[in-house]
Design a protein around this ligand. Structure first.
Ligand code: NAP
Ligand code: FE
Length: 367
């Protein structure tokens, strides 16, 4: 049975922000803009957003302290800033980190008594503020997902929240903002989008419409990855457009299916070795795809034909772009895998052949 819920309004295309100020006005008369340190400015998105807000008399303040792998404590602080200016909505500009933060900030802003880590309890009194998102990377698909991935300062671990309260009211998606991404960030974020489409494609929930979305975006993202693998240069505007669209399709796939084991294993590389999210997930593509070939050979074969490549070629492209040179000892692998000792994550269970903690440990140790 297919069960799809995806209530985010998405406006896609060049000048999506400039031409849709009226849509933002529907969200209220004041907002807190939340961004990272520089990408919102570099991409041109912040300028466009400020002009759009001013054109419809929306008051705003800017909170620009969101880091990669956003911290709960910072989102909590930003929630307080939003209350100070009496914001009606939160507007996130940036990659997944700023967009995911906007969702959490909207919850904290509406709930003054909520302590940072209590956001994981998923119980609070007031509905979150509305959220508008303007993406500057082509990767996470946070624009369309009801998910926010946050790092708990107390444990140093990444953990997501998800649900009906984590959708944007509107996402204004202009691929031209992704053009300022340098090569490495473009590669890593594209690898994340590819991981979403492929991991989701092999979960038991991927049937019917989901398969269509995955099968549409897998070749588009793979083409862009091949271009970067072969030329070691950033894509042109046309390819940026297709990558951003691809990342949104891939976001729709994980929004229903979730991700598989490369994501939780990737968190280990990000938390302990500072590997950016997309590359961290791609580090486990080989292990994942070999398992897919064993337990879901028909779909694995289909994926190869969609990409127009043999499995070894796809593995070479993805692994080479991930560019991971980390060796994890048996002992460290055992320690890292303890986080899954009480219960294995859903992502393990929905992976091809399901995955046990023991197998996850072996995959980490054989990286
Ligand atoms: P990111 O962490 O948002 O940004 C990575 C880096 O790219 C930052 O230094 C950022 O700069 C820079 N950057 C962003 N856009 C740029 C641009 N247009 N030009 C130049 N630099 C740019 O990267 P991301 O991969 O998009 O997001 C990763 C996060 O999303 C992770 O925490 C991951 O776990 C999460 N995630 C969420 C979902 C979901 O469904 N919600 C799904 C998968 C992953 P600034 O710091 O200046 O912004
Ligand atoms: Fe991801």
């Amino acid at each position: 049975m297919e069960n799809l819920y995806m209530p985010a309004r998405v406006i896609y295309g060049k000048n999506a922000v400039r031409e849709n100020a009226a849509v933002l006005k529907e969200l209220g008369g004041s907002c807190l803009i939340v961004t990272g340190g520089s990408s919102a400015k570099k991409s041109g998105a912040l300028d466009d957003v400020q002009s759009a807000l001013e054109s419809v008399n929306i008051k705003y303040a800017v909170f620009d302290r969101i880091s990669a792998n956003p911290l709960l404590s910072v989102c909590h602080e930003a929630g307080e800033e939003a209350r100070k200016i009496d914001a009606d909505f939160i507007l996130g500009i940036g990659g997944g980190s700023a967009l995911d933060s906007a969702k959490a900030i909207a919850i904290f802003a509406a709930n003054p008594g909520l302590a940072p880590a209590d956001i994981y309890k998923r119980v609070y009194d007031n509905a979150p503020l509305k959220v508008a998102l303007v993406g500057t990377t082509a990767g996470t698909g946070s624009e369309v997902t009801g998910v926010s991935v946050l790092t708990n300062d107390e444990t140093g671990r990444k953990k997501s929240i998800s649900g009906a309260d984590c959708y944007a009211a509107v996402s204004l998606c202009d691929y031209t903002y992704t053009c300022s991404m340098p090569y490495d960030i473009t590669v890593s974020t594209a690898l994340d989008a590819f991981a979403h489409a492929v991991e989701g494609y092999f979960t038991p929930k991927a049937t019917g419409i989901i398969d269509l979305w995955a099968e549409k975006c897998i070749p588009e993202i793979y083409n862009a990855l091949c271009f970067m693998y072969e030329t070691k240069t950033v894509p042109d505007e046309k390819l940026r457009d297709s990558l951003y669209k691809g990342s949104l399709y891939a976001g729709l796939v994980i929004n229903t299916c979730g991700t598989a084991f490369p994501h939780p294993l990737g968190y280990v590389l990000t938390e302990n070795y500072g590997v950016p999210h997309g590359k961290a997930c791609a580090a486990f593509f080989k292990a994942f795809f070999e398992r897919a070939q064993k337990f879901a050979p028909v779909k694995a074969e289909k994926l190869c034909s969609l990409c127009g490549a043999e499995s070894y070629e796809i593995i070479e492209v993805i692994s080479s772009l991930a560019d991971i040179h980390i060796k994890i000892s048996e002992e460290d692998a055992e320690n890292y895998s303890l986080r899954w000792a009480e219960s294995v994550p859903k992502n393990f269970i929905s992976s091809p052949g399901s995955l046990t903690r023991e197998e996850a440990k072996e995959i980490l140790a054989s990286l």
